[in-house]
Design a protein around this ligand. Structure first.
Ligand code: AMP
Ligand code: GLY
Length: 446
């Protein structure tokens, strides 16, 4: 099998690495890739969101499968054009990618499918925003309706700040989704779909804020680990039966089947499972942690999804280890990341036992030296017998890497390693049930 991977990031580096480990994959290409990907496979420079350019490259290379990594090409219709040209594609159509491209659309689909999510209102102006904020009360959650690379969401107890974020979206002609605050820890679950069948990968947890202790602004994600030893038994089955399968069925029913990976961003709240968001692609950096453990050949799996054959896939096999990914970001990320700084020590980190480095925003300069080229520069993945060892390895690795002004969190997976991730108590859930009737129904998407 010859595969083309579209995208420039750490997720794509993890996918390329996974494909190269698949004995049935004999050739991998990437476009545009990054310095780490270019060290593994041929890369091709193009605008990844240009459907014609991507299709022309796939034709020229005569690939058997195209894997579209990021949301922007999906929302731009790259998969549609490739399918028209006869390619097998892992990645949803433009219409199906709207599950990520519009938060308001995602809420409609969830309402149609009966999927539990936060109650929400769409606001198009300051007056509507103020009313919605007061309906739900603090803490306030205000989301840019469109794509914002994980940075369009403000969660704050400061009403002024919430209103200001909404206004900044209106100023550029956008709308916002304002919703109730969800308590409880977050889980990311990737569910592969061929349009009707679903296959879940292992749950992961992401760290969205820039600073330790979940302080500071939201980022694209500063670290991740998988699997999660603290989630309730049966969580994955519950997500499949209450979230993923109904959503995939609803999309098929609407005539816009979803083929690719449905990223279910979940909160385990005191009132039960709730969807925070859907994405139409693998998460970054969760993919770096999740794929590090996958032992089922990746190419065959993604091809089965692309061809409507996920029902033929056997139970997935996983390495027994735990994986922790720690992201190294550039100076001034996420506001206005500085690029062009030298990166040193990647080779040394890669040489450590149970450690590998996945590039994101990297490039090479005129002298072929590695330099930063984006906000999130790379992720160091540690695999270990347990979280303690996996963390140790990831942090030993990142400690060897030098980047001027580089920032990384010291507390990725720290709570879980100490066994102190708190699930909201069942007592609270029961009290809510007693005082409010059937919260499950009340809380569904409006
Ligand atoms: P999103 O882009 O929708 O994933 O939001 C980014 C982050 O904001 C999430 O990972 C959460 O940490 C936080 N967030 C989003 N929606 C809510 C909510 N309703 N309640 C609490 N936190 C939220
Ligand atoms: N890690 C969050 C995301 O990929 O959206």
């Amino acid at each position: 099998m010859k595969v083309l991977v579209i995208g420039p990031g750490g997720r794509e580096h993890a996918i390329v690495r996974g494909l190269l480990a698949d004995p049935y994959v004999h050739e991998v290409h990437a476009a545009p890739g990054n310095a780490g990907i270019a060290a593994l496979v041929p890369t091709h420079q193009l605008n990844a969101s240009d459907p014609e350019a991507v299709t022309a490259l796939a034709n020229k290379l005569e690939v058997d499968l195209v894997v579209v990594g990021p949301e922007a090409p999906l929302v731009a219709g790259v998969s549609d054009r490739l399918r028209e040209a006869g390619f097998a594609v892992f990645g949803p159509s433009k219409a199906a990618a709207a599950l990520e491209g519009s938060k308001a659309f995602a809420k409609q689909v969830m309402a149609g499918a009966g999927v539990p999510t936060a109650m929400a209102k769409v606001a198009a102006n300051a007056e509507e925003a103020a009313e919605a904020l007061d309906t739900f009360g603090a803490p306030y959650v205000v989301k840019d309706d469109g794509l914002a690379a994980g940075k369009g969401v403000v969660v704050t107890s400061d009403r002024g700040e919430a209103l200001a974020h909404a206004q900044s979206c209106f100023d550029v002609g956008g709308e916002v989704v304002i919703e109730e605050f969800l308590d409880g820890p977050e889980v990311s679950l990737f569910v592969l779909s061929d349009g009707s069948n679903v296959v879940p990968l292992a749950p992961a947890q992401d760290f969205k804020r820039i600073y330790d202790g979940d302080e500071g602004p939201n980022t694209g994600g500063m670290g991740a680990y998988s699997p999660l030893d603290w989630v309730p038994a049966g969580l994955v089955d519950e997500v499949i039966s209450r979230v993923a399968q109904p959503t995939i069925d609803e999309m098929a029913h609407r005539g816009t089947p979803f083929v690719g990976v449905l990223y279910c961003g979940l909160a385990l709240t005191s009132r039960g499972l709730r969807v925070i968001e859907f994405n139409a692609r693998f998460g970054d950096p969760e993919t770096q942690a999740v794929l590090a453990r996958l032992r089922t050949p990746l190419g065959g799996l993604l091809m089965a999804a692309a061809k409507g054959q996920l029902d033929t896939v056997e139970t997935l096999r996983w390495a027994p280890e735990t994986a922790v990914a720690v992201v190294l970001a550039s100076a001034n990320y996420p506001d206005s990341p500085r690029t062009g700084d030298r990166i040193r020590g990647v080779k040394k980190a890669n040489a450590l036992d149970g450690v590998h480095v996945l590039h994101a925003g990297t490039a090479t300069d005129d002298e072929q030296k590695l330099i930063s080229a984006g906000g999130r520069v790379l992720a160091v993945v540690g695999l270990g017998e347990d979280l303690v060892e996996a963390r140790e390895r990831a942090y030993d690795g990142i400690g060897l890497i030098q980047l001027d002004g580089g920032q990384y969190r010291r507390d990725i997976a720290a709570k879980a390693a100490r066994g102190t991730v708190l699930l909201p108590s069942q007592d609270k859930a029961n009290q809510d049930k007693a005082s409010q009737g059937a919260p499950q129904e009340q809380e569904q998407a409006k």
